[in-house]
Design a protein. Structure first.
Length: 148
């Protein structure tokens, strides 16, 4: 019985150690991205203004624009990011730049119409002083079997 229990403990420890661990900086960016989705759902322009770099670029299915227009669209409800279900996330940090990829299903209201789309979202963050600023947010719609 002791041998079985000991074997089980060793197996569990080995399994836990085999999973990739994020560095503290990577986890900080992952958490910030997750918070960003909630702030967008809440239309919290104050928190988003603090996060978005003043020269950030936003790329959507319908066009691309800068920080001021993105914030105005969120505040006005032109795009309401109701819910982002995050399926996968990865982040790579190069010097003071973090590149984060999210595979999400986004439930949004666009021009008064509720839509759901699968996206690969690329987020680029730049570390300035002690905080990360979002420099780019790009949505790439993913093809699903019914789209082919």
């Amino acid at each position: 019985m002791k041998e079985t229990f000991l074997g089980l403990i060793i197996l569990l420890i080995g399994t836990q150690c085999s999973f990739a661990q994020n560095t503290p900086a990577e986890q900080e960016v992952i958490d910030l991205s997750k918070d960003k989705w909630q702030w967008m759902a809440d239309k919290d322009a104050g928190k988003l203004t603090a996060l978005f770099h003043e020269k950030a670029a936003f790329v959507h299915m319908g066009g691309s624009w800068g920080t001021e227009q993105e914030l105005n669209i969120i505040k006005s409800g032109g795009i309401w990011y109701k819910q982002a279900d995050i399926h996968n996330v990865s982040v790579n940090i190069i010097d003071n730049t973090a590149i984060l990829l999210n595979r999400i299903t986004l439930l949004a209201v666009v021009g008064g119409n509720e839509v759901t789309n699968p996206f690969m979202v690329t987020e680029v963050y730049v570390k300035q002083t002690d905080s990360w600023k979002l420099g780019s947010l790009s949505f790439t719609k993913l093809l699903t079997p019914g789209d082919r």
